[in-house]
Write a protein that binds this ligand. Structure first.
Ligand code: NOJ
Ligand code: NOJ
Length: 471
């Protein structure tokens, strides 16, 4: 009965027993469903995106500016690909999101500006104590809406774009870009809402938003704004080098810390990779996954989390494929949905960031048609190659497409990305409904359930994986 092994998996087959290839086919639809379930909730306004349906332990039933912009950015990407055949629904969601964002911008809030991190799903300001402002938010929103505006322009809808960009007074996109261009130097709270200072992650998103915003401004004839945004983006680039720690061989998450957790001491944080991953832009090649300092940071993160979480001792999936470690936010983390636990946990979002960086590196190196193996990136690239059956020892030098070493590195990075996605597959449950975290020992899901931007991030990685297969 040798045909049995060739059969397509039945619907009832445990999803963790699927190979990665089989799982990917079903996971995309499930993740999209997870995302859509959290947009425009019945008791909120159309266009609100709740971070999770969870209303206690933890309460994530809010529209976070950051999470929602990433979510709608993913909708823009899927719309562009005409994935899932849902163009009209996606357009409606974007139009609702624009209305809800306008409401957020105009709602008086404790930050006193567009850096307010979260709102109730009905649009009311959240007045409680919180780590605010978080200035990546307006930049995230500008980035998503600029991409949507580019789509509308390509459809000849310039009047609508002018309306969204400029509006009656300042306009939705322009308000966020002006804020970003004028305030990127301000200290604010980080992506994890815990530390006040200057952040690598925040700056990366601000930089991308300004570059893409400048292009759009130029297309709309707003030359003064375009050159101002480019000038500020140049200034951000010049300031980014300060985050690099030669001594540690990784990018530090935060500089000039003003307040926040005293136990967060190493500066090593997946936020650095997440920033590079989420800031990838066709308008700029500044600091991407091909940079050897970024790959050196990836190596430090991999090592730190591999050792930290016992669940990472599971190294083979039920289908017999290799697994990479689950990755958390930062090694000193003590948040598991409640504060003050002894240790943090791996997060789907963070493990996805490791996969995403590997896949982006594959696509970008392939585009460049060459790879520079350097003292900084060799540990990570060698680690990646160890995920294949090859026992190649890399040596420093420049390798062109066609060289064995080029091929080995590309296969290695793809394999490490795949092994990271399998880690997600193993812990995400039968319906691919990802919570925020999975337990550092047992691997059980925990903290906020159906976390919107877990789905968003992993769906985005799957998109990159498909691009690699199609190349
Ligand atoms: C809630 C935040 O959302 C989370 O990121 C953070 O770790 C905890 N508060 C810390 O208090
Ligand atoms: C806590 C996370 O640390 C933060 O990044 C996120 O925006 C919120 N939860 C909502 O998902």
């Amino acid at each position: 009965m040798n045909t049995a092994t060739k059969q397509a998996p039945s619907r009832t087959q445990k999803q963790s027993a699927l190979t990665l290839g089989q799982w990917l086919e079903q996971a995309e639809q499930n993740m999209l469903n997870g995302i859509l379930a959290n947009i425009s909730p019945p008791d909120g306004k159309p266009g609100a995106v709740v971070a999770s349906p969870s209303q206690s332990n933890p309460d994530y039933y809010y529209h976070w500016t950051r999470d929602s912009a990433r979510t709608m950015g993913e909708i823009v990407r899927l719309h562009k690909l005409n994935a899932f055949g849902m163009l009209a629904q996606f357009e409606q969601l974007m139009s609702d999101y624009i209305d809800f964002s306008l409401l957020n911008q105009k709602t008086p809030n404790p930050s006193g500006h567009v850096g307010e991190p979260k709102f109730y799903a009905n649009g009311d300001a959240f007045e409680g104590e919180w780590g605010r402002p978080q200035n990546d938010g307006p930049a995230q929103r500008a980035l998503t809406l600029t991409r949507w505006a580019q789509h509308l322009l390509s459809e000849g809808q310039e009047v609508t774009v002018r309306d969204v960009f400029y509006g009656i007074d300042a306009g939705l996109i322009k308000t966020d870009l002006e804020f970003t261009a004028n305030h990127w130097l301000d200290r604010c709270f980080d992506v994890w809402e815990e530390v006040e200072g200057e952040h690598f992650y925040t700056r990366m998103i601000q930089h991308a938003a300004l570059r893409e915003g400048a292009e759009l401004a130029a297309e709309l004839g707003d030359d003064g704004a375009a050159s101002f945004y480019h000038q500020q983006a140049d200034a951000i680039e010049a300031a980014m080098d300060a985050f690099w720690s030669e001594e540690n061989s990784y990018y530090l998450a935060t500089l000039n810390r003003a307040s926040g957790l005293d136990y967060k001491s190493s500066g090593l944080d997946i936020a650095a990779l997440l920033g590079v991953f989420q800031a990838l832009s066709t308008s700029s090649s500044y600091l991407t996954a091909t940079d050897d300092r970024v790959l050196s940071t990836a190596y430090a993160l991999y090592q730190a989390f591999d050792d930290l979480f016992p669940v990472n001792n599971i190294r083979t999936s039920p289908a017999g494929e290799v697994l990479a470690p689950g990755i958390g936010r930062y090694p000193e983390d003590r948040y598991s949905g409640t504060d003050g636990v002894e240790t943090g946990n791996p997060w789907f979002l963070c493990t996805g960031a490791m996969a995403g960086i590997c896949y982006q590196a594959v696509l970008l190196f392939t585009q460049l048609e060459r790879i520079q193996v350097t003292p900084r990136n060799i540990p990570f690239l060698q680690l990646a190659v160890s995920y294949t059956s090859s026992d190649d020892r890399l040596s420093e030098g420049e390798y062109a497409k066609g060289d064995d070493t080029f091929r080995a590195v590309i296969s290695g990075l793809t394999a490490l990305g795949d092994a990271s996605l399998r880690r997600i597959q193993l812990h995400c449950g039968e319906k691919d409904a990802m919570s925020e975290q999975f337990h550092y020992q047992s691997g059980e899901m925990l903290s906020a359930d159906n976390l919107t931007w877990s789905d968003v991030n992993v769906l985005n990685c799957i998109g990159l994986r498909k691009q690699i297969s199609a190349a």
